[in-house]
Design a protein around this ligand. Structure first.
Ligand SMILES: Cc1ncc(C[n+]2csc(CCOP(=O)(O)OP(=O)(O)O)c2C)c(N)n1
Length: 811
């Protein structure tokens, strides 16, 4: 490492002619100034009310220019809201697009990062073509899409970096269609994080895992000394992240990290550091951390408050003196790269360019809205002509017209008010306004609600089901063997699939569903991870964003909670927050329901389904169905969670002959017992409990129709359940979640969405577990979760209500 403050290395100087060198430096100086101007103007746009919120990259410009220089085509970034300069410097973002993001412009062509869905400062590139197919990622400078939770970018970074290792070592992925995803794993993944966010557990989990796996991950810590107002003293032991990471430093060729330190205002040293750091990372496939110290934040944290409240006068004065752009300017002049007046010209021009970009973005944002307003006002005026409320309607139009910077809500509110006001009047012109409202509903659905799921041909619902086939004398095997045979077929068929998790590798899974597969396919395809659910999830997200198909194992459903935050914040929102610009078709494999003990028999399905909208949730009743879901999902381009029934691994099932091929459709229920008196809706392990109760109820003369919903998300797309309710007129929903959990969700779907209430002769009921976690032991289970006895009692009770003579009280 050279001493801070030195000019660009002699070696580097020789790479360029003097003119080229000057051009590079001045171009960087231009970008830095434009970026700073954008931050300054951005803040004003928020304070004057044109934008809602602003969080900017001022103070971090110089370091990001250096990072951009080390960033090659095919590389990936996973960072956070300070990285605008990097995005400008890599050509991934124009100033106009940046302002469009600030305003929340919903036109994806003008705001390609999120089409106005994410607040400004959340960056990302578009990996997908409009039809959902991959672009050639090796020819792009890629950025995964940012999320707001601090440190949330780290787990995904792990997968983005690990993908390079996979592409490097799996030669089957070095030709054909895979070539557009990676150039033999030569790419590295760049992470950025603020110093305070390194306090998050996700940071440490990721750092450790990358060190264990020795993957090409280059993390930059922008150290400006604060996390909003809270100083390093309360964030970081010894107040230095590089100091406390020293134990990770590799020594004498051993495993570990390369750790660099540099300063946020020292352009030359930054460039040199990034060049060296990225070379080590890329060539040796080693994780690297660059601690960028002495970074400033000239405008404070965000537009929500001022930094004068928490920074001392001395700190504020230091930040002015050590402003990166000021320091770069001094360096340029002292190295005679340009004169004071040449730099002033760049600065002046930056102001002009940014002003123009801002105006262009604002006009592009506002013009279509104003046009809509003109259109609607004309329609309203027509209505006013024939209305007895003319005066009031004219007031509505003049108010609407008077809004200097209208938003779509203003127009719709006005249109609805007018239609409400004239609801009893027979005015022909109303039809036009009503139809405008309906059209705008469709357009606004597209703007704000599309792409929760994939909208490509590979949406899981477009995958054609294939029946499981059986030989004449179908072999009976344990459920876990069926799964293993199916995973074997999957691994043979798809080189882009890898399966990993705790104990998944050497021993083939705690339930032996992967037995022998590491031996057969190698450690690169089937492998063990540390105990780190959040980063297992992140690893899968990053891998899948680079076109691979990870099957990530979370050992038990109870421990999914550690990963649920990342599933919810990151995985579930990938398609939505990029409006189809990126995808992460992760398959999460776990097992749950019905064992014993507070942390070994969980089924918190309500919590899960309510936090992961955007991810499919499959709850198969046995391993045949589970395997069929995996086969379907591998043909689709969407993320999904499959919960295998924990107590089904040793139960016998028939072995299909078309393993890896048969496909169980999502959103299609299955009637597993036909009956006429009551519809019993359930899923997963409760299917067996229900079937046990069916026999007991038959003895009491009650005929039960049992429906296995199979997938909670999506839910019974064909509304088959209500058809059963039409026949039985009675409904009971059984599961082992808490009261008001997934059973309440199911009830809402059937009673409200499917309009089941029309056909019910008795109160629809749920039979969930108790409010508490399930107690240990068989009695703990019996008294915590619904048993066949409980099902009998609940069904009998419903029948008794309608015919007490036939069904007298029993106990
Ligand atoms: C999980 C989570 N907790 C809290 C916040 C609110 N928050 C946003 S930024 C921030 C400070 C981050 O500081 P640092 O990592 O140093 O980055 P800087 O903003 O200084 O660049 C906090 C607490 C959040 N976004 N996410």
């Amino acid at each position: 490492m050279s001493k801070s403050g030195e000019t660009v290395s002699a070696e580097k100087k020789q790479l360029f002619s003097k003119d080229e060198f000057v051009n590079i430096v001045l171009n960087d100086y231009r970008i830095a100034n434009e970026s700073r101007e954008a931050s300054l103007m951005g803040r004003r746009e928020v304070l004057t009310g044109k934008a809602k919120f602003g969080i900017f990259g001022d103070g971090k410009e110089i370091a990001q220019l250096a990072m951009a220089k080390a960033f090659r085509n095919g590389d990936f970034r996973s960072g956070y809201y300070r990285d605008q300069t990097f995005m400008f410097a890599t050509g991934n973002l124009t100033l106009q697009e940046w302002f469009a993001g600030l305003y929340g412009h919903t036109d994806v062509d003008l705001e390609p990062m999120s089409a106005g869905r994410q607040m400004g400062g959340h960056f990302g590139t578009r990996s997908l073509n409009a039809d959902g197919s991959w672009k050639d990622l090796t020819k792009m400078k890629n950025s995964s899409p940012d999320i707001s939770p601090t440190g949330g970018q780290m787990p995904r970074l792990l997968g983005l970096a690990m993908a390079s290792k996979y592409f490097k070592h799996n030669t089957a992925l070095q030709s054909g269609k895979f070539q557009q995803l990676s150039n033999k794993g030569n790419e590295i993944a760049f992470g950025t994080i603020g110093d305070a966010s390194t306090s998050e557990g996700l940071f440490w989990e990721t750092i450790n895992a990358a060190g264990v796996m020795q993957i090409p991950m280059l993390v930059s810590v922008w150290d400006d000394g604060h996390g909003i107002s809270v100083p390093k003293k309360y964030q970081t032991t010894k107040e230095s992240i590089s100091e406390i990471l020293k134990g990770f430093q590799r020594e004498k060729g051993g495993a570990g990290y390369e750790i660099f330190k540099t300063k946020g205002w020292d352009y030359a040293h930054l460039c040199e550091t990034y060049e060296n750091a990225s070379r080590v990372c890329r060539e040796e496939h080693v994780p690297v951390l660059i601690h960028v110290e002495e970074v400033t934040q000239p405008q404070g944290h965000s537009t929500s408050g001022s930094h004068e409240r928490y920074k001392s006068k001395e700190r504020l004065a230091w930040e002015t003196d050590f402003d990166g752009i000021k320091k770069m300017r001094e360096w340029i002049i002292s190295n005679k790269i340009a004169t004071d007046s040449e730099l002033s010209a760049i600065e002046e021009n930056a102001k002009k360019v940014v002003r123009e970009a801002k105006a262009a973005a604002w006009n592009a944002y506002l013009t279509p809205i104003k046009n809509e307003r003109t259109e609607v006002i004309a329609m309203i005026n027509e209505i006013a002509k024939s209305s007895s409320n003319k005066v009031f309607i004219e007031k509505i139009t003049s108010d609407l017209n008077g809004i200097a910077e209208p938003i779509r809500r203003d127009i719709i509110v006005a249109a609805k008010r007018v239609l409400r006001m004239s609801r009893s009047e027979n005015i022909a012109a109303k039809a036009q306004l009503s139809s405008w409202l309906s059209e705008s509903k469709i357009a606004n659905y597209d703007r704000y609600s599309s792409y929760l799921q994939s909208e490509s041909d590979l949406n899981a619902l477009n995958i054609k089901p294939v029946q499981a086939e059986y030989a004449g004398e179908a072999k009976q095997v344990d459920g876990r063997e069926l799964l293993r045979e199916n995973f074997d077929a999957i691994l043979a068929k798809y080189p882009e699939v890898m399966i990993f998790g705790e104990d998944s590798g050497k021993i083939g899974g705690v339930n032996q569903g992967l037995e022998g597969l590491q031996e057969k396919y190698g450690e690169i395809r089937v492998f063990d991870t540390g105990i780190r659910e959040a980063t297992i999830m992140g690893q899968a997200i990053g891998l899948s964003m680079r076109g691979l198909r990870p099957i990530a194992e979370i050992q038990y459903l109870d421990y999914l909670l550690y990963a649920l935050q990342i599933m919810s914040d990151d995985l579930a929102t990938v398609q939505y927050r990029t409006k189809g610009g990126q995808k992460a078709p992760v398959i999460i494999r776990t097992r749950g329901h019905r064992l014993e003990g507070i942390w070994h028999s969980g089924s918190p399905m309500g919590m899960i389904i309510n936090s992961v909208r955007g991810i499919h949730v499959c709850v198969p009743r046995n391993m045949t169905q589970a395997a069929g879901f995996y086969n379907t999902l591998l043909c689709a381009d969407e993320p999904a969670l499959v919960i295998e029934p924990l107590n089904g691994y040793r139960l016998k099932e028939q072995l299909p002959t078309n393993l890896g091929e048969y496909k169980v459709p999502l959103g299609v229920v299955e009637t597993i017992n036909e009956g006429s008196d009551i519809t019993l809706v359930t899923y997963g392990s409760c299917c067996r409990i229900a079937m046990e109760a069916v026999k007991m109820l038959a003895e009491a003369g009650i005929s039960v129709e049992v429906i296995d919903v199979q997938t909670l998300l999506p839910f019974d797309l064909n509304h088959a359940i209500v058809e059963s309710v039409k026949k039985t007129n009675r409904l009971l929903v059984l599961d082992e979640d808490v009261p008001g959990g997934a059973s309440a969700y199911i009830l809402q779907k059937i009673v409200e969405e499917q309009e089941g209430y029309k056909y019910l002769d008795a109160k629809p009921q749920t039979l969930p577990a108790k409010d508490h976690r399930p107690a240990y032991g068989s009695d703990g289970d019996y008294f915590s979760k619904p048993s066949a006895d409980d099902v009998f009692d609940a069904v009998y009770g419903i029948m008794q209500e309608s015919d007490p003579e036939r069904f007298p009280a029993i106990y």
